[in-house]
Design a protein around this ligand. Structure first.
Ligand SMILES: NC(=O)C1=CN([C@@H]2O[C@H](COP(=O)(O)OP(=O)(O)OC[C@H]3O[C@@H](n4cnc5c(N)ncnc54)[C@H](OP(=O)(O)O)[C@@H]3O)[C@@H](O)[C@H]2O)C=CC1
Ligand SMILES: CCCCCCCCCCCCCCCC(=O)[C@@H](N)CO
Length: 339
């Protein structure tokens, strides 16, 4: 009896993935083309945001970049101008802090005014910052600041952007930038990871809700990006954290930007940039829409075997820094000498 049930089950198991694969190949809708679209990029003056803005300009989009520092914005704008494809492209920069509803609303309003009041077609939320330190060094104020610098810097702009899109009937895109540290975390990221996990929570809710408006939601989970922001965070990063991060090869902002754009064009919801990202994506997918049932099976299997081993090695690395860490705490006056 078992063998008669087994045969159809095996056939189904082998045929189903092939059918899914082929139907994806033949029935996928046309690639999203940035040409002529208004793309709004927060964090567009540096790192991955700037690289994305450059890429979008190269593809013929109208691009608005937003960040706080005016000088860096002007430098970035000059860079964008170098890649202009046509004289019709509207390429502008706006200085606003986007970690509040008011700042985000002012930025979206200013960028829309250059387009006759029409809100942008695609929003790329790249703004973010990281200040890795030990948990016992944190305060309520620092926790709030970091939540604001990570979650707040993307969520408020998403709120304002969505309202405008729905009001104006613009069927566009929202692209969030979390981090692989929005899938897992390690020592040093106790005030950064919560914000990056929260961005995932928001993106998951909106991916569901925005079926109501034909607005696509995407979220990227890059690993280390060799950006100006990365150089800054490394100045305060605990040694243990740096050590554990050695496993991550890292990517250039340009590579991250290209991967994000490709992911969007393939209609991916979770966009991962490297092998590590793929493994964590597949291993923590839950009910999130998957990119591919076949490759995810592979990455999931790799994760099932390799992640516990890696995590053990992380624990060992942390333990081996115990003495050095206690010395650090003594120097900082966080623990007393005699203990
Ligand atoms: N670097 C890395 O290793 C990784 C980074 N990420 C994430 O990717 C994104 C890009 O990072 P990265 O490439 O390092 O970029 P950078 O850190 O080099 O640049 C950050 C950009 O965001 C802007 N920004 C930050 N906060 C605000 C704010 N409140 N309002 C307006 N603009 C703001 C900055 O300009 P200004 O300061 O002038 O406002 C700058 O343009 C971030 O969300 C980051 O958290 C994810 C994984 C790894
Ligand atoms: C087969 C599976 C092996 C798993 C190996 C995993 C190695 C991960 C190392 C930690 C990477 C941390 C990236 C930080 C990115 C970031 O967001 C910060 N730079 C803040 O901006």
């Amino acid at each position: 009896m078992q063998s008669t049930a087994l045969v159809p089950a095996l056939i189904l198991g082998a045929v189903l993935p092939i059918v899914v694969f082929l139907s994806k190949m033949f029935f996928t809708s046309k690639k999203w083309d940035p040409r002529g679209k208004h793309c709004f990029v927060t964090g567009g003056s540096s790192g991955a945001g700037l690289a994305l803005a450059v890429l979008l300009v190269k593809r013929g989009a109208h691009v608005s970049i937003v960040a706080r520092n005016e000088e860096r914005l002007q430098k970035a704008l000059a860079e964008l101008e170098k890649h202009r494809q046509t004289s019709e492209q509207i390429i502008k920069s706006y200085s606003f802090a986007v970690n509040s509803e008011a700042g985000s609303a002012a930025a979206v309003k200013a960028a829309s005014e250059a387009h006759g009041g029409r809100c942008p077609d695609a929003f790329f939320f790249c703004a973010g910052a990281s200040r890795p330190q030990f948990w016992v060094e944190q305060t309520e104020q620092l926790m709030r600041e970091d939540m604001d610098a990570t979650y707040g810097a993307q969520a408020y702009t998403a709120l304002v952007a969505s309202r405008e899109m729905v009001k104006q009937g613009v069927k566009g895109k929202l692209v969030f930038v979390s981090s692989v540290l929005g899938y897992f975390s390690i020592v040093g990221y106790s005030t950064y990871s919560p914000g990056k996990f929260a961005i995932r929570g928001l993106a998951e809710a909106l991916q569901s809700e925005f079926k109501l408006y034909d607005i696509d939601v995407h979220i990227a989970f890059p690993g280390t990006i060799f950006s100006p922001g990365y150089e800054q965070e490394n100045k305060v990063k605990p040694k243990i954290t740096l050590k554990i991060e050695e496993t991550d090869g890292g990517s250039t902002p340009e590579y991250v930007a290209e991967t994000i754009l490709k992911g969007i064009q393939k209609g991916k919801f979770h966009i991962t940039v490297d092998f590590i990202g793929n493994v964590f994506r597949a291993s923590t997918a839950g009910s999130s829409p998957r990119n591919s049932y076949i490759t995810d099976l592979f990455y999931g299997l790799v994760g099932y075997i390799a992640l516990p081993i890696w995590r053990n090695s992380v624990d060992a690395t942390v333990l081996s820094h115990r003495q050095e860490h206690h010395e650090y705490l003594r120097q900082k006056g966080i623990i007393r000498e005699e203990r």
